[in-house]
Design a protein around this ligand. Structure first.
Ligand code: S3P
Length: 445
């Protein structure tokens, strides 16, 4: 599945404050994993609040092509009848991954220890992204790959059965690489070990434990050692997917920046491996209050009350980067209106996301009138001290098939004098199909 081929430009204008209450859709990472682990369980898994974005739908389609039955019931609950670990079938056609790196890399882990051959294809953005980071450890487990030049998609892989357990130290802080190896470990006899020097989002560990896998995590001096024992038998689960903090981020920053805003963003997942943006924004002076903190499906969740605030620039500790890796584009927007200088470092990974997010945001924000210096591993931003950005006139911001560039620059438009015109809103549907409707709701409340 892939979003519309015809670009849909739109100008995002300054206007009313953001008020009332909105609830963001389900977490993308947890939604992908709900489908994958449900497909590998024996019996029926249900998932409520699943994100119905294009990326997650690409995962569903691929799992169906490999034998799982996945349907949406009328009340919005997703029902997954799993094939059991080891039970995946040979897909008859290529697995079309659209824009989704998470679908691709995690499913490659899944195929790696099953005796099936699968071809992965993707859109122009995904076809530029590095896959060597997963093909390398999965090759050590016995899978075989024929990739396009540079280790990219389209790529055909043959899974190994039985696969060989490995001990793998992650060379990059990547939850996708960690998860690919652990998922391959599910159908590999013996213990597969991943050593993670820098913690990344831990949904795979939490959820596989919930599904009954024999998985342990030990932490020694900040390094995490994760062991999974195959061949696992997963027990089906009834899952409630919390709201996605990465989607909430756009509304939180918009409410901080637009004068008069007082918005409640409900049902926001606050897993500590995901929620660093909110801490950074508070340290900048942002008023973000947690209401009704609770537990949803094993994850901490709260409603966030966000009020317009005067922000100050900050030096962001690179150690927190993995816990807000998808939130830097919108943090750059916040920094562009803060008082003083914001410095970010250690963000090389942003160059291999759906776009090169350092270059794309530097270009886009500069076009909108912000003061940005692009460095090798981060941006340095001199904020306006609360003055709206100028906005764009005549030229359009290029989103490079990247949903988060599109939504970040939409927020910049709300906080500008003349509005910001972006070249294409269609990539937003990959992760947040209701973004524009919720924005209209918050502006009209
Ligand atoms: C994700 C991990 C992150 C993140 C992506 C989702 C996941 O990617 O950027 O949006 O669900 O595991 P990396 O592992 O490449 O950092």
């Amino acid at each position: 599945m892939s979003h519309a081929n015809t670009p849909t430009p739109r100008r995002f204008q300054p206007g009313a404050p953001l008020t009332g209450r909105i609830a963001v859709p389900g977490d993308k990472s947890i939604s992908h994993r709900s489908l994958m682990f449900g497909a590998l369980a024996v019996g029926r898994t249900t998932a409520k609040g699943l994100l119905e974005g294009e990326d997650v739908m690409a995962t569903a389609a691929a799992l169906r092509a490999m034998g799982a039955a996945i349907v949406r019931s009328d009340d919005g609950t997703w029902i997954i009848d799993g094939v059991g670990v080891g039970g995946l079938l040979q897909p008859e056609t290529a697995l079309e991954m659209g824009n989704s790196g998470t679908s691709t890399r995690l499913l490659m882990g899944l195929v790696a220890s099953h005796g099936v051959t699968a071809t992965f294809t993707g859109d122009a953005s995904l076809s530029k992204r590095p896959m060597g980071r997963v093909t390398e450890p999965l090759s050590l487990m016995g899978a075989d790959f024929t990739s396009s030049p540079g280790g990219r998609l389209p790529l055909t892989m043959r899974g190994a059965h039985p696969a060989v357990p490995i001990e793998y130290r992650l060379p990059v802080a990547s939850a996708q690489v960690k998860s690919a190896v652990l998922i391959a470990g599910l159908n590999t006899p013996g213990v597969t070990r991943v050593i993670e020097p820098v913690a990344t989002r831990d949904h795979t560990e939490r959820m596989l434990t919930g599904f009954g896998a024999d998985l342990s995590v030990e932490e020694i001096d900040g390094t995490r050692i994760i062991d999974i024992r195959g061949e696992a038998e997963l027990k089906p689960q009834d899952i409630i997917v919390p709201g996605d903090p990465s989607s909430a981020a756009f509304f939180v920053v918009a409410a901080l920046l637009v004068p008069g805003s007082d918005l409640i963003v409900a049902n926001v997942g606050l897993n500590p491996t995901r929620a660093a943006l909110f801490d950074v924004l508070r340290a900048m002076g942002g008023s973000i209050e947690e209401l009704d903190r609770r537990d949803v499906g094993g994850e901490p969740v709260a409603d966030l009350r966000v009020r317009h605030s005067e922000l100050s620039g900050i030096e962001v500790d690179p150690a927190v980067a993995p816990a807000m890796i998808d939130e830097f584009p919108v943090l750059f927007v916040a920094a562009s209106l803060a008082r003083g200088r914001t410095v970010t470092t250690g963000l090389d990974e942003l160059r291999v996301k759906e776009s090169d997010r350092l270059a794309a945001m530097a270009e886009a924000l500069t076009l909108a009138g912000a003061n940005i210096e692009e460095r090798e591993d981060g941006l340095v931003i001199e904020g306006t001290g609360g003055e709206p950005l100028r906005g764009t006139s005549g030229e359009r911001v290029t989103t490079h098939l990247d949903h988060r560039i599109a939504m970040s620059m939409a927020v910049a438009g709300l906080a500008s004098r003349d509005g910001v015109e972006i070249d294409d809103t269609s990539p937003i549907a990959t992760s947040f199909p209701t973004f524009e409707a919720l924005l209209a709701q918050a502006l009209a409340a």
